[in-house]
Ligand binder design. Structure first.
Ligand code: RM4
Ligand code: MN
Ligand code: MN
Length: 427
């Protein structure tokens, strides 16, 4: 409530200019035969979930440099998620990571989130780390381990996530494993994939009603030579084997450099198996940088495929949008706000593509015209639309500036004295 009033107040200074810019953009777009209001409505309706593990500083395998006022438990993480949503108004959903976010009392956590207008979106299991008191180690794998006892321990953990997710009102379960090999010969490729499927079938069988299962492929890391679920093709095969409630999740950082991710997206849409996204950006590998910070045109092209499917009404098209980032040198909340804004930007820009012209250019084999149709949309500054959408929904015209002026971080630094370490460290 206090933040809301503060944001309104902060917006007041920028309001005149916003109306001016918005009107001007509206005129420009009208000349192109586009109405601004429906775009603003789309921007207001856009949603992306924030990762609970993204509100604290991440870390690399070398070090973690904690910032002031970091959340110390899942309740404080939810508080930070609330702040992000108060600024950008498109992030009421939260992805949880278990056991990092294991609550003592699920009902209490659910009520805490609900009271803040938030909900739990996807559950994420963690069998890429050993947890305290765990009977068997995941050093050589989890769901695909050669020892059936390790595999069943990993399956049990996933079933626990499902039960917890059900109590928390979540809608999907995301499985990412670190299983793979560091050396040639270490892992028998075919047998490991068979074991993966066997474990996944056991988890799939435990899906609560209405739950979808997302499996997330990744080219490498932590295994550096081979990964069991290494690419979208293998992922697609597995989701087909598992059944209609299994889908392939695309994390933008989980591919080889220069791979055409937008085409992978189109393939999964066409095959009816796109789960959704872990949005982030990268220069080299799974860098987990802020969405749109390195390759904004690629992000736009991904959304171009998504909007194309949305407008065409592709049957079963219902992707879940989530952020998955690790913040090392920024205030994590500023990174999450900025990323959410960048996603809405790409989404609105993709809605600006003149699809009749694009299609005509494709039919006529006119690559210059086709590229122009995309570039015209991508180079349009839709900032006033995004700001107006935030303003109308009670968010901040300039989220980072409002957040800095609010003193939220300072207050939290006083309320939350630093703790020595926490689970969600080096990922
Ligand atoms: C992995 C993958 C998973 C995430 C972990 C922390 O690289 O992206 O989605 O849960 O990192
Ligand atoms: Mn991910
Ligand atoms: Mn990742």
């Amino acid at each position: 409530m206090v933040i809301r009033e503060f944001v309104n107040d902060h917006n007041r200074k920028a309001l005149d200019w916003l109306h001016h810019d918005y009107e001007h953009l509206g005129k420009q777009l009208r000349r192109r035969g586009v109405e601004v209001e429906p775009l603003t409505e789309r921007a207001m309706a856009f949603r992306v979930a924030v990762p609970s593990w993204g509100v604290g500083t991440g870390g690399t395998r070398f070090a973690r440099f904690a910032g002031p006022g970091e959340p110390r438990d899942v309740f404080e993480k939810v508080e930070d998620c609330e702040l992000v949503n108060q600024m950008v108004r498109v992030t009421p959903g939260i992805s949880l990571h278990i056991p990092w976010d294991e609550p003592e009392d699920a009902a209490e956590l659910l009520a805490f989130a609900k009271a803040r207008g938030l909900f739990f979106d996807s559950m994420n299991s963690n069998t890429f780390q050993d947890q305290e008191g765990q009977a068997r180690s995941y050093k050589f794998g989890s769901l695909t381990h050669t020892d059936p006892a390790v595999r069943s321990q990993a399956v049990e953990h996933n079933l626990h996530c499902l039960a917890l997710g059900q109590r928390l009102g979540a809608r999907s379960h995301t499985v990412w494993i670190g299983d793979g090999g560091n050396f040639p010969g270490q892992v028998h490729f075919r047998r490991a994939l068979e074991r993966y499927l066997e474990s996944l079938r056991a988890i799939y069988a435990g899906l609560p009603d209405g739950f979808r299962m997302f499996i997330e492929h990744k080219l490498y890391e932590p295994a550096f030579y081979s990964t069991v679920l290494n690419d979208w093709g293998t992922s697609y095969y597995c989701t087909r084997e598992l059944g209609p409630k299994a889908f392939s999740l695309v994390d933008l950082g989980h591919h080889a450099p220069n791979v055409n991710i937008e085409m992978i997206v189109a393939r999964l849409v066409q095959l009816g198996k796109l789960a959704g996204f872990h949005f982030n950006d990268s220069k080299y590998g799974d860098d987990d940088l802020d969405a749109g910070s390195i390759k904004p045109f690629q992000l736009f092209l991904v959304f171009n495929e998504l909007v194309d499917a949305e407008l065409e009404g592709v049957p079963g098209f219902d992707p879940a949008y989530m952020l998955d980032q690790s913040h090392n040198v920024t205030d994590p909340l500023e990174s999450l706000m900025t990323s959410a804004v960048e996603l809405v930007r790409a989404y609105v820009q993709a809605h600006l593509v003149d699809r009749a012209i694009l299609r005509g250019a494709q039919e006529e084999n006119d690559p210059i015209l086709a590229l122009q149709a995309l570039k015209l949309a991508f180079t349009t500054d839709v900032g006033p639309i995004l700001a107006m959408a935030r303003h109308r929904t009670g968010g901040a015209i300039d989220p980072v500036a409002a957040y800095r002026a609010s003193g939220y971080r300072r207050t939290k630094a006083e309320e939350r004295p630093a703790v020595a370490s926490r689970g969600a460290g080096i990922v």
